[in-house]
Design a protein around this ligand. Structure first.
Ligand code: 5GP
Length: 345
């Protein structure tokens, strides 16, 4: 039996050490980054925060708000081609570079993807993800899509180790999505015992990706703006958020009222709730690996985005990074056994 003895770290295990800085104000910090992607050769500029492709988060309504912040939305895969057509009908072309189309990995998914991509030539990004990005079927699908769409920027995942990051990039991905099990409504670690603490996953995957000129998304596990900064500090080029963006006006999930307070349902994409909704129940060979929660209604998404943006900008000033691009170079993590003071929580 082989046991790896290196300690693997999650967001709760580290903090970022402050460094001398000449920056006067967080308003001086630019959060925009420009990337040229490995396989598509496309160049993109924007703020590299992505709304997750969950039907409660990656909605068309959220996409319009995030595009105003120059951020991205991985629009979930459950919209029909007709819904996409309506959405794209009179869309501001400036929104398109901030949208990712998502797809599953079946033949039916591929046909639907073809129909969506045929609607508008301005769609630049595709997100193909499965819970287990290590599967051969997944890699074969990725290769098929790349063979068909040479200049599409393709996100593929999810994985947590360097060697599989390399394999996905060499199989046609531009951006590898890293994260197995850290999600707020994910139960993979409990159901299967499989996972990888997120900070270490991002450090290891981004090290491998950057060696090949590929890029990495840290996906899942951010509970506050500070975690978003830690993900960037660990080397993530992009950070994907689910739970932090759920429960807003623009989110999906039923609104429910209880004791005079409003809540929105939020659930994992492989929870019983999602499987009942899209597949008529949980197939009996698999366990549901997501949970359903009720979160207090949070108002407009724009307010939360300002808060996240403000937090990351502030991190940059603490370490003297004038631009987000410099954050990981200027990050030194310290291992800790405490985070915030919870006296008033
Ligand atoms: P969060 O930001 O909420 O911590 O994590 C969001 C991520 O959780 C998503 O982008 C996705 O990778 C993951 N996720 C979403 N639904 C499920 C699910 O039902 N099961 C698992 N294992 N992960 C999920």
């Amino acid at each position: 039996m082989h046991v790896e003895n290196d300690i693997k770290l999650g967001f709760k295990d580290v903090m970022i050490r402050p460094k001398r800085s000449t920056l006067k104000s967080r308003s001086q910090v630019s959060l925009e980054r420009t990337f040229t992607f490995l396989n598509s050769k496309k160049t993109w500029t924007g703020v590299p925060i992505i709304a997750a492709n969950m039907d409660t988060v990656g909605t068309f309504a959220a996409a319009l708000v995030l595009a105003e912040f120059r951020m991205l939305t991985a629009v979930h895969k459950h919209y029909s081609v007709e819904q996409w057509q309506d959405f794209l009908h009179d869309i501001d072309p400036a929104v398109l570079p901030h949208i990712m189309v998502s797809s599953g990995t079946s033949d039916a998914d591929l046909n639907k993807l073809r129909a969506i991509l045929a609607l508008h030539s301005g769609l630049e990004f595709l997100c193909i993800d499965v819970a287990n990005g290590y599967s051969e079927h997944f890699v074969t699908f990725l290769r098929r899509v790349r063979a068909e769409y040479a200049d599409l920027t393709i996100v593929a995942g999810n994985v947590v180790t360097g060697e599989m990051t390399e394999e996905l990039l060499l199989s046609g991905a531009d951006i590898v999505k890293a994260g197995i099990g850290p999600g707020s409504v994910c139960t993979t670690r409990v159901k299967t015992g499989v996972g990888y603490p997120q900070v270490s996953a991002v450090i290891e995957c981004s090290d491998a990706a950057h060696g090949l000129n590929g890029h990495v998304i840290s996906d899942g596990g951010c509970t506050c703006p500070g975690d978003v900064s830690k993900a960037f500090g660990a080397g993530a080029d992009f950070v994907m958020l689910g739970g932090l963006l759920a429960g807003h006006d623009e989110s999906g999930g039923d609104l429910v009222e209880q004791d005079g307070r409003q809540y929105r349902l939020f659930y994992g994409m492989s929870s019983d709730t999602a499987m009942d909704k899209y597949h008529g129940g949980v197939a009996n060979y698999r366990a549901s690996e997501g949970k359903t929660v009720k979160i207090p209604y949070r108002g407009p998404l724009a307010v939360t985005m300002l808060d996240i943006q403000g937090g990351v900008r502030s991190t940059c000033t603490y370490v003297g990074a004038a631009a987000l691009r410099e954050l990981s170079k200027r990050t030194t993590f310290i291992r800790v056994q405490e985070q915030e003071n919870r006296l008033f929580n």
